[in-house]
Design a protein around this ligand. Structure first.
Ligand code: GYE
Length: 339
């Protein structure tokens, strides 16, 4: 009986698969990874990734793809090219295809309630990773695994306090301010909101620290460069740049050097991700603090997806291990980053 049901289910999936292919071929949809024909009894995971905007992101994607291959899990991957509407389309195609589990990186926190309700109605468990979501009914997803952006922001604030406390203590002038520029990540993303909140939580207790400029560079190097050109023209007395990711920081360094400024010396820079280029900049004295945001979550993600496919419970909230790299550390000991 069970085998007949499974056979019917498989036939149904193949019919759906053919219909989806015809649909996508017909409407010239974005490339999707439905190319692999379902193999008997392999878990099928639909993975909706937001894009390829940074070295962090491409490493994260590679980590999930490699882990799925290592575990014999069939991964149906979709690159949303930075658009939430593409993610929602992908989730709906995963539901139509009746994947066993959905794993997705929500580009922003809001707007997921309806599609997650559809996934639940279809009996498909959902694992949220990297960025968090705000939904009315928390049971619409099984759990979250990713990085603690609030802690990343706090660590950035603590570094800035430590870096400038002596300067302020020596100063007679109680009106002396530490002027901070913030390069914000993607508007509405939980990681940018968390980093900003954690940073402010630490500095709000110290009135001599003020954020004089904060704009979104969308985690993109090109926008980091554009914003740097703007704020370096606007302000002469910037003490600190707090950048939500290394990609934007690399754009800032480029703009500063074009103006003859010394990044890491003329202006202190604290940045998040810890991609190799940022560690190299730390070693060159071009940035002063690099906060790790670990993209290599693939093995843990696939392990959790396998649990969900087996009908098991998973932790609601799981943070991955992260470090902070300071200019005063023994930097030769940092392992190659791999991204
Ligand atoms: O910091 C950035 C990427 O969501 C933690 O997104 C991720 C962030 C990361 O583009 O480089």
């Amino acid at each position: 009986m069970y085998h007949d049901k499974k056979q019917i289910n498989k036939q149904f999936r193949i019919i759906i698969f053919i219909m989806i292919i015809c649909c996508f071929l017909g409407c010239n949809a974005r490339k999707k990874d439905f190319s692999q024909i379902e193999e008997e009894d392999r878990i099928i995971v639909g993975f909706s990734q937001i894009g390829a905007e940074s070295a962090w992101r491409t490493c994260n994607t590679r980590s999930v793809q490699n882990a799925a291959a290592d575990q014999g899990v069939q991964l149906v991957y979709d690159n949303a090219e930075q658009k939430q509407e593409n993610q929602i389309k992908a989730l709906r195609s995963f539901i139509a295809y009746q994947v066993d589990v959905i794993v997705f990186v929500p580009i922003v926190t809001d707007g997921w309630d309806n599609v997650l309700q559809e996934a639940r109605d279809a009996g498909i468990p959902v694992l949220v990773t990297d960025r968090k979501i705000d939904v009315v009914d928390q049971s619409l997803y099984a759990g979250f695994i990713g990085t603690d952006s609030l802690k990343e922001g706090r660590n950035a604030g603590l570094f800035v306090l430590d870096k400038f406390e002596n300067k302020l203590e020596r100063s007679e002038n109680t009106e002396e301010y530490i002027n901070i520029v913030e390069l914000f990540g993607t508007e509405g993303s939980s990681v940018a909101l968390g980093r900003a909140e954690g940073f402010r939580e630490v500095l709000n207790a110290h009135p001599n620290y003020r954020i004089i400029y904060s704009k979104s560079g969308d985690f993109l190097r090109s926008k980091g460069y554009e914003l740097a050109v703007e704020f370096l023209d606007m302000y002469e007395d910037i003490d600190v740049i707090f950048s939500h990711n290394d990609g934007m920081t690399l754009g800032v360094i480029e703009a500063m050097e074009e103006k003859g400024l010394l990044p890491g010396t003329d202006i202190v820079i604290v940045t998040i991700d810890a991609q190799q280029a940022a560690i190299d900049a730390l070693r060159e004295g071009k940035v002063n603090c690099v906060i790790e945001c670990n993209p290599k979550t693939g093995p843990e993600i696939i392990k959790l997806a396998q649990k969900l496919a087996a009908g098991e419970q998973i932790p609601r909230l799981q943070y991955v291990h992260e470090e902070v790299f300071y200019e005063t550390d023994e930097l030769s000991l940092i392992e190659p980053r791999g991204y």
